[in-house]
Design a protein around this ligand. Structure first.
Ligand SMILES: [Mg+2]
Ligand SMILES: [Zn+2]
Length: 164
């Protein structure tokens, strides 16, 4: 069956959606949604972009936080955004860390992006990855999406115009 490709804005989590704390975020009180996130995601949604989070959470492999804690934070994030009418299509995260649990999903690998692109039938060339680390940009380039590097905790409202 024919189905039209969707475009997406892929988003790194720490330093983009929530405050980069300089260490692994495990608890709700450390999970602070950054200024500009809500209005920027509203604009992307209005422009018909799917919103998909792509995150490394190596703290799980290191035993610094549990998968349950990370899932709980993500539930909280999804609920907070939903109250504003913003829907995240999926949150992909890599729970691994090199030398603890080797994997092929951790950024700068592009596997999480490629999974999303296949599952949601995404037009990669007209999609974007917003990240605050070189490995985000590297992953985006490998997956064939456009990339936007922001400073950690920079307001996404400063870059909304780069997404048509
Ligand atoms: Mg980050
Ligand atoms: Zn992984």
């Amino acid at each position: 069956m024919h189905s039209e490709k969707r475009k997406a804005v892929f988003l790194d989590r720490d330093g983009v959606l929530n405050r980069e704390m300089g260490n692994y975020v495990a608890h709700l009180e450390e999970f602070i949604i950054n200024d500009g996130v809500i209005p920027a995601l509203e604009i992307f949604s209005r422009k018909n972009y799917l919103l998909i989070v792509i995150s490394n959470q190596g703290g799980i492999a290191k035993g610094l936080c549990t998968k349950e804690e990370v899932d709980y934070l993500h539930l909280h994030l999804e609920r907070s955004l939903k109250l504003r009418g913003i829907v995240l299509s999926e949150i992909y995260y890599c729970p691994h860390y090199p030398e603890v649990t080797a994997c092929i999903c951790r950024k700068p690998g592009s596997l999480m992006l490629e999974k999303a692109i296949a599952r949601f039938n995404i037009d990669a060339a007209n999609s974007y990855f917003i990240g605050d680390a070189d490995r985000d940009i590297e992953a985006g380039v490998k997956a064939g999406v456009q990339t936007i590097k922001v400073r950690s905790n920079q307001s996404l409202m400063e870059i909304v115009d780069r997404i048509r």
